[in-house]
Unconditional design. Sequence first.
Length: 118
Amino acid sequence: MQNTLHAAIAMGLLLLTQTTWAQETRETTCAPVDVTSLRDRVQLQCAEEVRDAGENVRLFVVPAADADFANRFLNTASAALVGGRVLVVQYQGRSLLPGEPSPSCGKACRLVVAISIR
């Protein structure tokens, strides 16, 4: 019984570690060149591509389903674009939008978890 409990705890910790790794938060600076509000997401395109997990990332996105954050993201990104300011974007490494990525987004999207104006 005790061995089974130890095995279950070890398995749970292993799964937790793998989940945490998959959702690693990364950070980059971004000089915005385009901010677009689409039906399913709000997206930000930076002047320079970011290299992440062997891919060139060009878009940072927030799903429209998270309406409050999408609205704050849109306002912050638009203010930086209009004001010529640089953004600091925190995103989930190796992440795509939940569900099927659209052709315009594909593997080049990263899910934003925080944004600020520098």
